[in-house]
Design a protein around this ligand. Structure first.
Ligand code: TYD
Length: 213
């Protein structure tokens, strides 16, 4: 909840191959048309700052202990919030991030099996705002589709990174954790059926209610 910050925070999420990258730039243009006076900041995780981008390279290329991976994800996030997200929201900007903390719960928690309590702890550590509330996206757009459909799409496009090399079972667990979080927080999540054609997905995104004045 960013209620104390005047900006609006949107995250895009989904398993690798769900198609979020295809839509994120068109979504930015749509938001700019709807809110012409607002500045929009596009960013991503892991990454979004020079240090975060260095951590991203390590995270996507190097094998490491599960807890090291979670700690580095949250270290990159801390820097991202401090340098980019919080200042932009404080200045009333719209921030659109390609992934945020739901990805840590889904990948490190659901996929790799890191216990929830440790992730909750890191989240509190990294996302507590000066007034004691937790920084969360106002809106999270979750691209959902079965693991095997995503796998077939991924195999067509590019050389896989460390996560994209994981098996179907891993991605099904990641997907289930995303869905569990969406079910527990329906006010924040907008679920997109990513098995649809890009045109149908775009129609869905255009019609979505955005709770930002
Ligand atoms: P992704 O956002 O899919 O970028 P690209 O489209 O360029 O591959 O890649 C980031 C990867 O990092 C993705 O596999 C998910 C993973 N990830 C985590 O495991 N935990 C996290 O907290 C975040 C933000 C990402």
């Amino acid at each position: 909840m960013t209620a104390i910050l005047p900006g609006y925070f949107i995250s895009f999420e989904g398993i690798d191959g769900a198609g979020k990258s295809t839509h994120i730039d068109a979504f930015r243009r749509m938001m700019q048309e709807r809110y012409p006076a607002k500045e929009i900041v596009m960013t991503r995780e892991p990454g979004g700052t020079p240090l975060g981008e260095q951590l991203r390279k390590l995270l996507l290329d190097s094998p490491m202990n599960i807890e090291t991976e979670a700690l580095l994800m949250f270290a990159a996030r801390r820097e991202h919030i401090a340098q980019v997200v919080e200042p932009a929201l404080a200045a009333g900007k719209i921030v659109i991030s390609d992934r945020f903390t739901d990805a840590s719960f889904a990948y490190q928690g659901g996929g790799r099996g890191l216990i929830l309590e440790k992730l909750n702890e890191l989240e509190r550590w990294v996302q507590t705002l000066p007034n004691g509330s937790l920084l969360q996206p106002d809106l999270t757009i979750l691209f959902d589709l079965p693991g095997e459909v995503a796998e077939a799409r991924r195999s067509k496009v590019r050389a896989p990174d460390k996560f994209e090399k994981m098996d179907l079972n891993f991605f099904e667990k990641v997907r289930q954790e995303y869905l569990r979080r969406a079910k527990n927080d329906p006010g924040r999540f907008h679920l997109v059926d990513a098995t649809q054609t890009p045109e149908a997905i775009w129609d869905d995104l255009k019609l979505m209610q955005i709770g930002f004045k």
